[in-house]
Design a protein around this ligand. Structure first.
Ligand SMILES: NC(=O)c1ccc[n+]([C@@H]2O[C@H](COP(=O)([O-])OP(=O)(O)OC[C@H]3O[C@@H](n4cnc5c(N)ncnc54)[C@H](OP(=O)(O)O)[C@@H]3O)[C@@H](O)[C@H]2O)c1
Length: 275
């Protein structure tokens, strides 16, 4: 696992395809490292706001100069746009590595659109990337060289921690755990807020308590070398209030089964959607 680093070294020229939430978050991170003059392709008028001395934003691929030679082509369009978008980028298969963050688009599926010899890294980030607190799992195709893998690692570290796997199939459970995972944590905040209101806490205070408890606990977990279970035990006095709540949540048919079944369902869905 490579951690977020404040100094990763300058980023070489990049061609960013799709400059929305995720692409924009990555670009912001690269800029902090110093980004060589690069191009972004995105037809959305909103993407123009990302233009700057280091980044020319164009509406379509035809406006990228023929001589532009990016070190990496970062694919950050929606998965459903892959088939219509990727073939135009085939010419970069010699000299560039493709880094895809598209959910569910397999290496073989992308190779069918980019050319079978294209070096492709398939990665699954998550939304805390927006605040550089994401976690990404990446998998390289057999054609990716060590320097290309190292470059992709640096590009992904700009939005958080990075782990690599050689088995692409692991990206389905990874998607279920960390890709979809922020939604589970937000659901916890929602349900705590609702339960607080049920116990008579005014709505505004309930919202504050739920949000700060989830975000503060996340920050404490991030700052602590201890396991989550050790942190849980540390706030649980025998016979106390936390123990009363946990006896409900930790009953085998409650959270242990629910979380396990939920992640299994998301893994199955990820496999169904892959292509
Ligand atoms: N957000 C997440 O939680 C998350 C997590 C993991 C992975 N991902 C992956 O990240 C990718 C991007 O997601 P996002 O949330 O950043 O989506 P997004 O905000 O919709 O960004 C995608 C951008 O691509 C633009 N676009 C559409 N067609 C294009 C084309 N042919 N060439 C270049 N740009 C084009 C879109 O413009 P228009 O709006 O005009 O269509 C939009 O600005 C997706 O593949 C997603 O699976 C997202």
């Amino acid at each position: 696992m490579s951690g977020t680093s404040s100094s990763l070294g300058a980023i070489p020229p990049i061609l960013l395809v799709g400059c929305g939430r995720m692409g924009g978050a990555m670009l912001s991170g690269w800029r902090e490292q110093g980004l060589a003059p690069s191009y972004a392709v995105d037809p959305s008028p909103a993407a123009a706001s990302f233009a700057g001395p280091d980044m020319t934003v164009v509406a379509d691929m035809a406006r990228v100069p023929a001589g532009f030679a990016p070190a990496a082509v970062v694919l950050a369009v929606k998965p459903q746009n892959a088939a219509a978008t990727l073939p135009a980028y085939q010419r970069f298969a010699v000299g560039s590595v493709f880094l895809s963050i598209m959910a569910g688009r397999t290496i073989d599926g992308m190779a069918a659109l980019l050319g079978t010899r294209a070096p492709i890294v398939r990665a699954m980030p998550n939304t805390p990337a927006a605040v550089r607190q994401g976690v990404t799992v990446a998998c390289p195709s057999a054609t990716v060289t060590r320097p290309q893998r190292d470059l992709c690692d640096r590009l992904l570290q700009a939005i958080g921690a990075v782990a690599w796997v050689d088995q692409e199939g692991l990206l389905d459970p990874v998607t279920a755990v960390s890709g979809s995972g922020p939604a589970y944590v937000f659901l916890l905040a929602e349900l705590m807020e609702k339960a607080a209101i049920e116990q008579g806490i005014p709505a505004e205070l309930a919202r504050l308590l739920a949000r700060r408890t989830v975000s503060g606990s996340g920050a404490l977990l991030a700052a602590s070398p201890e396991d989550a279970s050790a942190l849980r035990v540390a706030v649980t006095s025998p016979g106390g209030t936390t123990a009363a709540a946990l006896s409900v949540m930790m009953a085998p048919e409650a959270w242990p089964r629910t979380v396990s079944e939920a992640i299994a369902a998301a893994t199955r869905r990820s496999r169904e959607l892959a292509g």
